[in-house]
Design a protein around this ligand. Structure first.
Ligand code: HEM
Ligand SMILES: *[C@@H]1O[C@H](CO)[C@@H](O)[C@H](O)[C@H]1NC(C)=O
Length: 502
């Protein structure tokens, strides 16, 4: 009944809105926006903006991160650019990035949260929390990831086991053209499952597939128009049907999935033998009988767990898809990689992390995949915590700060072939060479929490796959480095053939 009434309400609202409310609202908003958003003295320069929409209309919706180039040229390295109604600046160049992420980082440790995220997560968890909650949750997550074997044996073994399952799943394709997306997603999220829940799922497990689908949908829904509108008019939108309601439903389902697993853990929980992240968190919760002084409560357990999924799956999976694509596109690189694998590891055993030190070429290939893939081009946004002076400009508290990682990763002064895949960027006299202008995981106290884990996964997955297969474009299908922008920059769907090596 309600569902049927939904579209009707929407239609009435839309026509009402267009005829009466819109002209009045526009006038009011122009005024209110003007009064509210008057710029402080010495605010960074930028293109002119419309109220509410900000500068969004200036961008090419297909490639927002490329079409801004002219602004940087015109306005400089601290550029003001508003996304919808959020005042923002984009910073460019290593000197400024270092200032924001290291020297002055205490002013830039917060995350901006949209009203939508506030409604969903309310400063809980790891990625979008700030202040005391963030500090506690981050310290705990880092410590727990370490205890469950980061740098030690057990997590390495979990990654190896998963790589083995992935190899077997790909072998089943029999060398025929296939899209590796789903299998890679399953494999990568299984690593997080094993850390947080203590178990992996079979790739065909229907509940697991459902969870991955809900998460994937949630990511897509968030950029929908209704969700954007919710950020501006939450009071009205909360009563209207639309994709924002679907987003709320998805997160409710995801939370209750985790909540059920937590309850199962409680049944046979032994504080002396924590099996995984959830067990360790329950132990931390038990330490604080007074729940008002700590962030170790069930809500944060659920949100931190989901944040690990959210941050750990899409990123690593996208990078692996770039890697396989590069293998198929650059057969001469793949051959050299296979030669190094055959020399150092051979065919008789699985790759392990200790091999990494004796494999400079492999290491260079993985770094180059991350440089060219550049999957988070404007970094994850930060927020100015107190009025701050940067590069001679005043940034008021609450300003959103984006940093242009593309400008680093494609800087023609730093890279010999900035727009072409070329592992030599990371090699010198046959040895691996670190590069300063390479920051896919960002830097400083709030840099990627999963960097070590991600690097271990990339190394073991990529070497295990290229050890067993040669990746080739399907006959009559042309592969390219074309990309799609969503939460990350990912390759457009592609198919390739995995030819087993003898
Ligand atoms: C190739 C894979 C990955 C890339 C490129 C990547 C990149 C990033 C970047 C750029 C940030 C923002 C840092 C900042 O604000 O300065 C970030 C944050 C984060 N990443 Fe990753 N990440 C990857 C994999 C992972 C994995 C596997 C995990 C799982 C443990 C993870 C967990 C997180 C978390 C929890 C945050 C938020 C940290 C905070 O706000 O304190 N990431 N990541
Ligand atoms: C980031 O840098 C790249 C490369 O220089 C440029 O094309 C792009 O427009 C820049 N984006 C922003 C938002 O400044």
């Amino acid at each position: 009944m309600l569902a049927a009434a939904g579209p009707l309400v929407a239609v009435i609202w839309t026509s009402l809105c267009l005829r009466i409310l819109l002209p009045a609202a526009v006038t009011f908003l122009f005024l209110a926006d003007f009064l509210k958003n008057r710029r402080p003295k010495n605010y960074p320069p930028g293109p002119w903006r419309l109220p509410i929409l900000g500068c969004l209309f200036h961008l090419d919706p297909e490639q927002p991160h490329l079409s801004l180039q002219q602004f940087v040229k015109k306005y400089g390295n601290v550029l003001s650019l508003d996304f919808a109604n959020i005042p923002s600046v984009v910073i460019t160049g290593m000197p400024l990035i270092k200032e924001v992420f290291t020297q002055m980082e205490h002013n830039f440790l917060n995350r901006p949260v949209t009203l939508l995220r506030k409604h969903l997560f309310n400063n809980n968890g790891l990625i979008f929390s700030s202040g005391q909650t963030w500090k506690e949750q981050r310290r705990f997550a880092l410590m727990t990831l370490r205890n469950f074997g980061l740098g030690k044996k057990s997590l390495e073994q979990r990654i190896q086991e998963e790589a083995h399952h992935l190899v077997e799943a790909i072998r089943e394709e029999g060398g025929q053209p296939f899209d590796p997306h789903l299998n890679i997603n399953n494999a990568v999220s299984n690593i997080i499952c094993s850390i947080t829940f203590g178990e992996r799922f079979e790739y065909h497990d229907s509940q697991f597939q459902e969870v991955l689908k809900l998460l994937d949908e949630a990511v897509c829904l968030e950029s929908s128009i209704m969700c954007q509108l919710y950020n501006i008019f939450p009071k009205i939108l909360q009563y209207l049907p639309g994709s924002h309601q679907k987003l709320f439903r998805n997160w409710r389902k995801l939370k209750s999935f985790v909540s059920d697993i937590i309850n199962i853990h409680r049944r046979d929980w032994d504080p002396d033998k924590p099996r995984d992240f959830i067990d360790a968190f329950l132990k931390e919760m038990a330490k604080y009988p007074d729940k008002t002084t700590t962030s170790f409560n069930e809500e944060n357990l659920i949100c931190s767990t989901l944040d690990l999924f959210f941050a750990g799956t899409e990123t690593t999976s996208t990078t692996l898809r770039w890697a396989l694509l590069c293998m198929a596109l650059y057969p001469e690189v793949q051959e050299k990689l296979q030669a190094e694998i055959d020399r150092v590891i051979g065919q008789g055993r699985q790759p392990n992390l200790a091999d990494r030190d004796s494999m400079p070429y492999t290491n260079a290939v993985i770094h180059e995949v991350q440089r060219l893939g550049n999957i988070i081009p404007l970094n994850v946004p930060r927020e100015v915590a107190v009025d701050t002076k940067l590069g001679g400009f005043n940034l008021p508290k609450g300003t959103m700060v984006l940093s242009n990682l593309t400008a680093l990763h494609r800087d023609p002064r730093e890279w010999t072939t900035p727009d072409t895949f070329n592992p030599d960027h990371f090699l010198e006299n046959g040895q691996f060479k670190k590069r300063e202008s390479f920051l896919p995981f960002s830097m400083g106290k709030r840099a990627c929490l999963g960097e070590q884990l991600a690097r271990s996964e990339l190394f073991i997955f990529i070497t295990s796959l290229v050890q067993k297969f040669t990746f080739k474009p399907p006959v009559n299908e042309k592969l390219s480095l074309q990309f799609r922008v969503s939460v990350t920059v990912s390759p457009v769907s592609y198919r390739l053939c995995a030819i087993p090596r003898l």
